[in-house]
Design a binder for this molecule. Sequence first.
Ligand code: URA
Length: 287
Amino acid sequence: MESIEALCWQDEMIAALRWQSEIGIDEALAETPSDWTEWAARALAARRSPLAPTPFGGGAKSGPSVAGPTPATRGAVAARGVLADAASPEVADARALADSADSLTALAEALERFEGCGLKHTAMNLVFADGNPQCRVMLVGEAPGEDEDRQGKPFVGASGRLLDRMLAAIGLDRNHVYIANILPWRPPGNRSPTSAEIALCLPFIERHIALVAPPILVLLGATAAKTLLNRVDGITKIRGQWFDVQPPGVKRAIPTLATYHPAYLLRSSIHKRETWRDLLAIKSKLF
Ligand code: URA
């Protein structure tokens, strides 16, 4: 016969599980529970420790310089929220760490060491990049999903398969392109990244772009486009136009085009026609 205490404990466990399910916590992320209070203390300690000086003069920079058909205004940038977060000491630390990486391997190691972004602790793997760093085109998406998190590679799920077909349509494959994301860790449950998470990861993707120095940059979806083009406009407005993007540390401006995210095209195939035009624009720039 079970004791009253054991039965009460069971009821509490069931109530707690029901509450988690109701607020959308429906996925186990690890075999063992995490002590988040310990993680918070470590993140605070990491923030207080001095980081290596940067090869580009150090300090937080406020994002890439962008020129395009309709220039991004500082007002628009400030309204986005990412720039407000970009002034924080955590972002300055992220910038210093990212800028100290002088190779892609060093950048991946820097991300493995970086303790400033909580997503690292809910994700299974760091999703750094895929493809050829000596590429003709670098593609930047938003953040890994479930398949990417499991495999540690960007765009390997359903949207990745569509992306491969889109690239094949203009004669490209993963040997010709290099793929990364604004965020290298999966947000739990595939939720949208917060502006604070984007601001913390921006120095790393900017350094990533600087180290690859691709001839052409293609931004997949609204998050990548708004972040790297410093825009508040929606993707429908930004897509299909060439901008010049010059992240910190890049010697020349990179011709950059934003287009719809493949995951969005899977839900909304009506936009495939415009995406096809974007693909043709990329092709004619390349060949
Ligand atoms: N969506 C993204 O933006 N990136 C991935 O790697 C996968 C899906």
